[in-house]
Each structure stands twice: as structure tokens, then as C-alpha cells.
Design a protein around this ligand. Structure first.
Ligand SMILES: Cc1cc2nc3c(=O)[nH]c(=O)nc-3n(C[C@H](O)[C@H](O)[C@H](O)COP(=O)(O)OP(=O)(O)OC[C@H]3O[C@@H](n4cnc5c(N)ncnc54)[C@H](O)[C@@H]3O)c2cc1C
Length: 411
């Protein structure tokens, strides 16, 4: 809807002030609603989300859901009757502007919400590549359930796919598409998948697994352009012959949805909203959580940018507790201090990663029986800053504690 065609705001004005207004319908948002009630919040609770399917699990979208091994019913986050029990009012709309002085949010459809506390849990959207053809709608991305349906549908009729990007989601989707019988070419801008993030030992293993899964992995491949015609897409990358495919999936990272925060004049760090460990922004009554937040982590002793499901739930939980009135208590259970963790599934193989995620100085590989391994990442003074395991669950569990307490890896 254009600016001019907006219905008059007053016609839609809400009758009562909202105690806790949640913007977003992802895990951070839903977990905040649950936590607000759990911690005694009794006021009016409203969630604004443009996604009529929300809230649902995103992780299966690149895994079992894409392969057709689970259905939409399995994605639902809310238990039967939970939304009613929480007295959570869900409005399908997009928040368009935020006035922190008046404590008012206005939406795309012309509604106006006055709040006492407001949580920005707007997450992130898939990034696009700034190259010719990079914004063509035929190039698929994967974030929402609607994206997941579209990709699943496209995979049914395609015989070739190109996946751009070799982060966790790109690798998972490439393997899932290959398992559906498509010929998959994966283009990675790095010399090996996740080399910068996880180091050479992990990168070499991930590359080997992708190839075992019959994914054709092309590395150091900087995409230069896309040409879309009625028969498919041609992808041009530096130094390579053009690759043609029926389906192209862009998995090149995400861009945080920070427009509202920017509008409200909140301090941002690389597009993310700066908060303390209780998810409070410097502006009274405004909180942020999940992928859009750059939150202080007490154990890390610094602010972190995290794009993990579990952390979005945790941050949401903390934000809900804060909104319920626990913000003035000296209770560290309601502050963010845990080490972020992430699981990646490449076919039957699972990688588990717990780390601050902002770099490392040393990486030590230890192999276990069969193909299992653990990589211990260390930072300044030999403190553990991360652990990556495959078939090493004990190390993964122990790793969390070592990371949080800045102790060295076990000998
Ligand atoms: C395919 C896929 C697989 C993944 N697998 C894993 C995994 O295995 N493990 C893991 O740890 N993480 C995984 N992730 C990442 C994880 O899903 C995210 O970290 C998590 O969803 C972030 O939660 P969030 O609530 O911060 O944001 P999101 O889940 O992005 O939710 C944000 C919500 O805000 C809404 N919104 C945005 N702007 C507005 C606005 N202006 N007004 C109203 N609503 C708005 C959006 O529509 C959305 O509903 C995966 C992600 C994807 C896409």
C-alpha cells in the first residue's frame, strides 16, 4: 500500500494501552510472550507479525521439511490452545514506524498501538547479492515457511540446482536438494566452506561430506551475475564457465530488520540493536531480542551478534521476564550469559557448535573413534572461545561450561 492510500489512522485506533507489545512472530517474539506471562505479566499482550503462519520452527526448512520428511504440522511452535491461554492477541500486519517518545507503533495497514513496553524481535531477512540480476524474483531465498513451500515446490520439478553460499543453511539445503535427486552445484566464495568461521580442519571435513553427498562444490567462486530466462538461470562466477540450473537458492547470509529501530533513533551496531544483558535498549520501554539484537553477554564480557534459534528463544525469555517487571532485580538468571549453540545437519551427520562466534586465535583438532572429532577454539590467554563437535556430545556439553567460564580446553 502506498503512503497516499493509507487509511486514516484514527479509524483504527486501539482502545486500551498495551502493557507489552511484541513486534515480530519468530522464536524471540513467541518466547517473550510465554515468559512475560510466566513471570507474572498480567497486562494486555499483543504481537504484530506480517507472517500469518507464525510462530513456527525455521530450522527444519533446510532439513527434513525440505526433503519432504516432515510436514507443516510439525513446525508449529504454539501448543494447542496456548495462544488463548497466554491471552496473546496476534495482529497480522507490519509495524511501520515507532515513536519512542509517545510510545506508539503505527502499522502498514494504518493501525496505531500505544504501549507501555515494546519488544523489537524483527529478526533478519535473507541477503541478496549486489550483482546484475541479483534481485530477480526467480532467485529463491529461505527464511519463512512461505519460502520453504516455494523451494519445496520448485525442487519437485527441477533436475538441477545451484546453491550460492556455504554457511550452515546453504550446506544443509544443498545436501537436502541432492538427496531429493537434483544435481546440485554449490558455489562458495571462500576457498573452503566456513573456512573463516571454523578454520581449515572443519572446512576440509565439511567439503568432504558435501562431496560424499554428491554436491558439486565449487570454491573461491565469486558470483558476478545471474541471467534468468524461461528455461532457468545462468550463474556466472569469476574464473568458471557459466553454470545453468532450473533452481537457484541464495544462501548468502542475512540482513537484520533494523528499520524501526533506526526510525526510533536507537543505537545500532552493524545494523543490530544494542541492548544490555536484560535486552533493554537505552530508550525506556524499548527492548530488543534475537537476530536483530547486539546484546551484552555477561560471561563473554562483551556484546555479541548471534543468529541461532536457541539464543533467540533465550533472549526472548529474558526480554519477557524484563517486561514482566524483573528488570530491577539482581537476578542473573534473567540476564544473558550462556554460550550460544547451534546444530547443523548434513544428511545423517550432525555438527554441534558452541561459541561466542566472534573469532578465535587457536584451533586444536582432536579426532575420536570412527569419523568423530572435536575442535577446541581458543582466544587470548588460552581461554576456550568455542567448540565444534561431530560425534562428541560430551565435549559439546563440557564446551559450553568452558566457554562461559573462559577456562582452557581439557588436556
Ligand atoms: C532455513 C533455516 C534453518 C535454520 N537452522 C537453524 C539451526 O539448525 N539452528 C539454529 O540455531 N538456527 C537456525 N536458523 C536460524 C534461526 O532460525 C534464527 O536465528 C531465528 O529464527 C532468529 O529468531 P528471531 O525471532 O530473532 O527472528 P526471525 O525468526 O527472523 O523472526 C522475526 C519475525 O519478525 C517479523 N518482522 C520483521 N519485521 C517486522 C515488522 N516491521 N513488523 C512486524 N513483524 C516484523 C518477521 O516476519 C518474522 O516473523 C535457521 C534459519 C533458517 C532460515
Amino acid at each position: 500500500m502506498s503512503e497516499d492510500s493509507q487509511p486514516p489512522t484514527l479509524a483504527h485506533e486501539q482502545p486500551a494501552a498495551i502493557a507489552f507489545l511484541i513486534i515480530g512472530g519468530g522464536p524471540a517474539a513467541f518466547s517473550a510472550a510465554r515468559s512475560y506471562r510466566k513471570h507474572g505479566g498480567t497486562g494486555r499482550l499483543v504481537m504484530i507479525t506480517p507472517d500469518a503462519d507464525a510462530p513456527y520452527e525455521r530450522p527444519p526448512l533446510s532439513k527434513d521439511f525440505l526433503r519432504g520428511e516432515s510436514d507443516e504440522g510439525a513446525l508449529t511452535m504454539a501448543e494447542p490452545g496456548e495462544t488463548e491461554r497466554l491471552a496473546l492477541e496476534i495482529t497480522i500486519d507490519t509495524a511501520r514506524s515507532l515513536d519512542p517518545g509517545q510510545q506508539i507503533v503505527r502499522t502498514h495497514d494504518g493501525q496505531t498501538f500505544t504501549y507501555t513496553q515494546c519488544l523489537l524481535a524483527t529478526g533478519a531477512d535473507p541477503a541478496r547479492l549486489p550483482v546484475p540480476g541479483g534481485h530477480h524474483e526467480a532467485l529463491l531465498t529461505l527464511r519463512s515457511l512461505a519460502d520453504g513451500r516455494r523451494l519445496q515446490q520448485a525442487a519437485r520439478t527441477a533436475s538441477t540446482a545451484v546453491v550460492i553460499g556455504s554457511g550452515f543453511i546453504g550446506c544443509e539445503a544443498a545436501v537436502s536438494l541432492a538427496r531429493l535427486g537434483l544435481h546440485v552445484t554449490q558455489l562458495s566464495a571462500e576457498p573452503a566452506p566456513q573456512l573463516r568461521r571454523l578454520g581449515p580442519d572443519a572446512a576440509e571435513r565439511i567439503a568432504g561430506w558435501l562431496r560424499e553427498e554428491k554436491v558439486e562444490l565449487l570454491t573461491s567462486a565469486e558470483v558476478q551475475s545471474f541471467e534468468v530466462d524461461q528455461d532457468g538461470v545462468s550463474v556466472r562466477a569469476e574464473g568458471l564457465d557459466p553454470v545453468r540450473a532450473d533452481l537457484v537458492l541464495l544462501a548468502v547470509g542475512v540482513t537484520p530488520n533494523c528499520a524501526l529501530a533506526q526510525d526510533a533513533g536507537l543505537p545500532l551496531h552493524e545494523g543490530r540493536i544494542v541492548t544490555d544483558a536484560r535486552m533493554r535498549t537505552p530508550v525506556a520501554g524499548l527492548l530488543a531480542a534475537g537476530d536483530v539484537a547486539f546484546a551484552e553477554n555477561l560471561s563473554a564480557g562483551r556484546h555479541l551478534q548471534v543468529e541461532h534459534w536457541g539464543e533467540a528463544l533465550t533472549m526472548g525469555q529474558i526480554a519477557g521476564a524484563t517486561a514482566a517487571g524483573l528488570q530491577d532485580q539482581k537476578d542473573d538468571d534473567h540476564s544473558w550469559s550462556s554460550a550460544p549453540g547451534f546444530w547443523c545437519e548434513l544428511g545423517e551427520r550432525t555438527l554441534k557448535y558452541a561459541a561466542w562466534g566472534d573469532g578465535f586465535e587457536g584451533a586444536e583438532l582432536r579426532t575420536h573413534d570412527e569419523s568423530g572429532f572435536t575442535i577446541w577454539y581458543t582466544g587470548a590467554h588460552g581461554a576456550t572461545v568455542g567448540v565444534l563437535t561431530h560425534q562428541g556430545d560430551d565435549d559439546y556439553e563440557r564446551g559450553h561450561t568452558l566457554v562461559e567460564s573462559a577456562q582452557p580446553p581439557p588436556r
